[in-house]
Ligand binder design. Structure first.
Ligand code: ATP
Ligand code: MG
Length: 702
């Protein structure tokens, strides 16, 4: 092209320059957040192509997410032009393996044009395999889910169906101890499960890498062929690779050894999914002789933010010591890190929205803002506050609350109840949950209704015998549900009426029985919607909220909401960490496990905290609720503490429920979940934990 290209090496510091130009042999860049690892890796690729050390299609770059791959391609285009950049193999391990498998699908026992099974399809196959084998529990969702998870883990560990026997691998793994039931079941049905997928020409996610790696291991001529295509191999976020992925890299790189890995052990977040931080720490031994480059200057954040991030991560015992130093050309230390305590998540979110608005008014250029949290369910309360404050936002890595399928379904029920001639709403839910109204029946009803009442038109056709059997009963069931809504007009509050409508429609019932991995999340979201209904008190107000949300959610909005996991590698002007409470961040799961996992779970949570803290350029704000601020907050030095005044906040400040009390309380809250909305769940759990603790004679933790 004629576009001006930037020199790949311009602006790199000495260490970065060294890493970008050391092209031959193995290279590890082990360095902290924001030190330019991704920038250096990208510059290195552009440099070696500009130097004609390899053709673009001879270069492989493995990223952790598809988004990261897109960003890297854009940067490469700027440096070496779109034409050449588009030929580089940039992608996640899965997408690269999928490309390779598509060339030889028979490696996985598949035919050309195979597709990827989603989680529900996988579980269906497990269920059928269990049933065929006469294994107990095939009708138990949890048992099926557990066996499916074990099979996925076996694939990530490189175990094929042939190798998965209790006598073999599993026996070794449990070293003579009794093998847990789900593991034994998984081993028993693994081969049948695989056969069922193959019948439908489906691969699951784990298959993509598994069979390619097996073929690379078992067939030397195939390995030479594939390895020979890539002269240079690069891996970003190497700390989150699992054993199979490291093996894949080894099989492809071991002839020429031109392998460059970059990563940060302190940002390892996926141990629960089999990622092994040992891969990055063991890289120099696996690839001896290996050049090591350390980057220490962080170009992203203020000195104050870096000091806080350093102090927090220093509490992790298991880590490769490194410090982040600020950019020496920077003059100011930056504003202090703020820690804000509020009475509840709702109060915290309101304050946060206010503060963002204030910042936007203060600054000439609207600052880009990240709102980061530990788990997706926390987005609802933040979204609510942002909508009230008329602040546009976007939810990254997930659709926003109001765009979620189940929320839109519930709103469609309401819309149809209010106006039975609402064609959009009727289209959406007339046959969802399924009630036998197929395309033909729907068309008849549409024709009979004209511009009028679709619900009554259905009933009329049923009564006239023009719909029969399930179609007739389906049309009547919908009409009955809507009639129930009208009948309840004088008797109940708005939220109760809406709940009644959804009950009559069998909506939540449908998800409770569904074989859908997201069913629990969907039920949480419906519960959240009912909570909002309770707050706003009318159908009109609820629809107005949804509409305002649709306007507030905007792709290019300056405010971006996401989990800390989704934020890895990203940056922006300002960041808020929201919900930094004991039991949320660190998660209740990690708190519970603390007694028997030697604190590993907590250390991984702290890595997440470190990832979150190192995203902003200028300003960092940590928000928690008053009941139980996270232990991580105590680790932040020199913080500016703000309190949203409320009840007995200061009295509770230094106390924290014990792990057991918290666990007990959460179980309690979970079993009553239908009546406790998700956003309140944690508060309820924490409050219950306080009560438990107050009632027990045990001394409070320090
Ligand atoms: P993370 O650990 O979060 O993935 P990283 O180590 O990959 O971070 P980058 O994202 O590559 O770091 O860089 C962080 C920021 O610092 C980017 O805005 C980048 O442009 C900037 N940066 C990196 N190196 C330099 C440099 N030598 N001069 C100026 N800015 C730099
Ligand atoms: Mg990076």
């Amino acid at each position: 092209g004629t576009r001006r290209r930037t020199d790949p090496l311009s602006g790199l510091n000495d260490q970065q320059h060294e890493a970008a130009t050391a092209l031959d042999g193995a290279l590890l860049v082990l360095a902290g957040a924001g030190t330019g690892k991704t920038k250096t890796l990208t510059a290195r690729i552009a440099h070696l192509i500009a130097q004609r050390r390899a053709r673009p299609y001879q270069v492989l770059a493995l990223t952790f997410t598809n988004d990261a791959a897109e960003v890297m391609k854009d940067r490469l285009s700027e440096m070496i032009g779109e034409e050449r950049a588009s030929q580089i193999w940039v992608g996640t391990f899965h997408s690269i393996a999928r490309r390779l498998l598509a060339e030889r699908p028979w490696l996985a026992g598949l035919a050309k044009g195979f597709e990827i099974a989603d989680a529900a399809q996988s579980r269906r196959a497990v269920r059928i395999a269990m049933e065929d084998a006469g294994v107990e529990g095939h009708d138990d969702r949890d048992a099926v889910q557990a066996a499916a998870a074990v099979i996925a883990t076996m694939k990530d560990e490189g175990i094929t169906p042939d190798e998965a026997s209790v006598a073999g691998w599993i026996g070794t793994k449990y070293g003579g101890d009794e093998v847990p039931e789900d593991v034994a079941t998984a081993a028993q049905v693994y081969a049948a499960y695989q056969a069922i997928l193959r019948e439908d020409n489906l691969a699951d996610f784990g298959d993509l890498l598994l069979w390619v790696v097996k073929a690379l291991e078992g067939d030397e001529s195939y390995r030479r062929d594939v390895a020979g295509r890539f002269r240079y191999i690069h891996i970003d976020e190497y700390q989150d690779t699992n054993v199979q992925q490291a093996l894949f890299v080894h099989l492809l790189g071991r002839d020429h050894r031109n392998v460059c890995a970059v990563g940060d052990d302190s940002q390892s977040l996926y141990a629960w999914r089999g990622a092994d931080v040992g891969n990055i720490l063991g890289f120099p031994d696996q690839w001896t002789p290996c050049r090591m480059v350390r980057l220490e200057i962080n170009y992203r954040s203020t000195p104050v933010i870096l000091a806080c991030a350093n102090a927090v991560i220093a509490n992790n015992k298991r880590r490769f010591a490194k410090t982040l130093r600020p950019d020496p050309t920077r003059r100011d230390a930056g504003p202090p890190v703020r820690v804000v305590g509020a009475e509840s998540l709702e109060d915290a979110a309101d304050w946060l929205a206010d503060d963002i608005r204030l910042r936007q008014a203060e600054c000439d250029d609207e600052p880009g803002t990240l709102v980061l949290y530990r788990a997706n369910w926390l987005s609802r309360v933040v979204e609510e506050a942002l909508i009230d404050a008329d602040l546009p936002y976007t939810v990254v890595g997930d659709v926003g609350f109001w765009g979620r399928l189940e929320v839109r379904d519930a709103l469609a029920y309401l819309a149809l109840a209010v106006n039975p001639a609402d064609a959009d709403a009727w289209e959406r839910i007339a046959n969802f949950p399924p009630r036998g109204l197929g395309d033909v029946a729907m068309e008849r009803i549409r024709a009979a209704a004209g511009a009028g009442d679709l619900v009554e038109a259905g009933r009329r056709l049923a009564d006239a015998g023009m719909l029969r059997g399930v179609q007739a009963s389906g049309a009547r069931a919908l009409a009955d549900a809507m009639a129930g809504w009208r009948d309840s007009a004088s008797s109940g509050g708005f939220a109760d009426r809406l709940q009644g409508l959804l009950d009559a429609a069998g909506y939540e019932e449908h998800w409770r029985a569904a074989d859908d991995p997201r069913a629990d999340e969907r039920l949480d979201n419906v519960a959240e919607l009912l909570q909002v209904a309770r707050e706003v008190g009318s159908a009109a107000a609820l629809h107005e909220r949804a509409q305002r949300a649709a306007q507030a959610e905007r792709d290019d909005a300056p405010v971006r909401l996401m989990t800390v996991h989704a934020a890895k590698g990203l940056e922006d002007d300002e960041a808020y960490l929201f919900g930094v409470d004991e039991g949320i961040f660190p998660s209740a799961h990690a708190v519970r496990a603390e007694m028997h996992d030697g604190g590993r779970g907590i250390e991984e949570e702290r890595n997440g905290m470190y990832v979150g803290m190192t995203r902003p350029h200028e300003r960092l704000t940590v928000v928690h609720t008053s009941t139980a601020p996270s232990r991580f907050i105590d680790e932040i030095p020199g913080q500016e503490t703000l309190r949203i005044e409320g009840r007995s906040w200061s009295r509770m400040r230094r106390r924290r429920p014990s792990a057991d009390a918290l666990a007990a309380a959460r179980t309690l809250a979970r079993t009553r979940r239908r009546s406790i909305p998700a956003a309140a769940l944690n508060d309820a759990a924490l409050l219950a934990a306080w009560t438990c603790e107050a009632n027990s004679a045990a001394p409070a933790e320090p």
